[in-house]
Ligand binder design. Structure first.
Ligand code: FES
Length: 144
């Protein structure tokens, strides 16, 4: 049911932890399953220099956050903004349909952390104003 990559990132997640002097911290949750994901970003000159996460949730949420951090580390803010939950799931060689919302949490957690960074630093980030962190709405947009 789960790909080898999902199992790998679940049993050996990358970038777990916190960044104490993070430039942006995002936290999102899914009301239905109760899982929570927190994402910490260190940003310098528009580049995601470091990223760490803490996920209180299911294995797919842990694998999704691990993969998502790997996909945005060293990338630009705009590249991180462009990361979709589908890209996270694809990089994991797929998730079962009932677990796609776990990858949605990863996308939202990154955007939530970028929003926090934007507010604290005053740096404008294109596209952030369109982000909706409401679970159900987000599902409609990205899950199918
Ligand atoms: Fe909800 Fe995985 S079951 S995040």
């Amino acid at each position: 049911m789960y790909s080898e990559k999902v199992m790998d990132h679940f049993t050996n997640p990358r970038n777990v932890g916190e960044i104490l002097d993070a430039d942006g911290i995002g936290e999102v949750g899914n009301a239905k399953c109760g899982d929570i994901m927190r994402m910490y970003l260190k940003i310098e000159d528009g580049i995601i220099e470091d990223v760490k996460f803490k996920t209180f949730g299911c294995g797919s949420a842990i694998a999704s956050s691990s993969m998502a951090t790997e996909l945005i580390k060293g990338r630009t803010i705009n590249e991180a903004m462009a990361l979709t939950n589908k890209a996270v799931a694809d990089a994991l060689d797929g998730l079962p349909p009932v677990k796609m919302h776990c990858s949605v949490l990863a996308e939202q957690a990154i955007k939530s952390a970028l929003l926090d960074y934007s507010k604290k630093s005053g740096v404008h980030i294109d596209g952030l104003e369109d982000v909706n962190f409401d679970d159900d709405h987000h599902h409609d947009v990205h899950e199918h």
